[in-house]
Write a new protein. Structure first.
Lengths: 132, 132
DNA sequence: CTAGATGCAAATTCTTTGCGGTCAA
DNA sequence: TTGACCGCAAAGAATTTGCATCTAG
């Protein structure tokens, strides 16, 4: 566990949302101004291998990194791309139910709620009623 | 609706899985050998805008294209990447339930079952018991 | 004609890799 | 001294864009 790796993990754990690699880079740079983006990518991968964090390939095009490795659901803002946790236990019985409906050997599932986060909700309200 | 666009849509509708852009390219090339990959990307985007197909940003890194635009769930093979439909109606009540659990204004949700498709299931079985 | 669409090649974006130098045990 | 790790720059993969040409109306 190197300095860079430790700082990345610490910063990830402070956040209430799941950042992308370049967001991690920007955040970590405040404490380690000389860190490189490739170190961030490499350390995020190592932290996944160690089982300290997980990658979310959600919404897509960019990966998001989550310091909680147990399975859980996410909410994603369709406006700003923010990804955060949903406070419910995953419905594992769904996997058994779906096993009977298809030929797949089911090993897991993923659910994502899509909508507007509180901030974007408010901003959208202001745009739609400008000044009156 | 140009020739290229029509052929792309026809071929998509024939498939029982949801291909990536380069898979669409390979398939469509059999009928239109001079089509370019950028036309495929561009036409897939136009078809989305027209509401004829939808993009699945699933599993990630590559987009998958689905000629069924109504909301539905998918199964994804963790071995070969195949993405196909699940024969169940989406549980829209989940959106109302989650609205009470978070501050989001929920507009939709997505669920994806992960596992081994029938083909990979069989291949895996053969690898694990080679020759007896 | 002309507006939109195409094919090709170059550009972008996100991510990974190669390499020489650094640091801790 | 050694092996893992770093920063930098270059390479890769997926996707998008610029541009000259083509085509249907």
């Amino acid at each position: 566990m190197t300095r860079q790796r430790r700082v990345i993990l610490e910063e990830l754990r402070k956040l209430d949302f799941h950042p992308t690699a370049d967001e991690v880079y920007e955040i970590v740079r405040r404490r380690l101004p000389r860190i490189s983006l490739s170190t961030v990518y490499r350390d995020l991968e190592v932290l996944c291998d160690y089982g300290e964090i997980q990658v979310l390939e959600i919404g897509c095009s960019k990966k998001h990194f989550d310091p909680e490795t147990r399975s859980h659901y996410h909410a994603r803002c369709s406006r700003c791309g923010r990804v955060e946790n949903l406070p419910v236990e995953p419905f594992t019985y769904l996997e058994r139910a779906f096993s009977d409906l298809c030929e797949y050997e089911i090993t897991g599932h993923r659910m994502e709620l899509i909508g507007l986060c509180p901030v974007c909700r408010q901003q959208k309200g202001q745009e739609e009623a400008p000044g009156g």
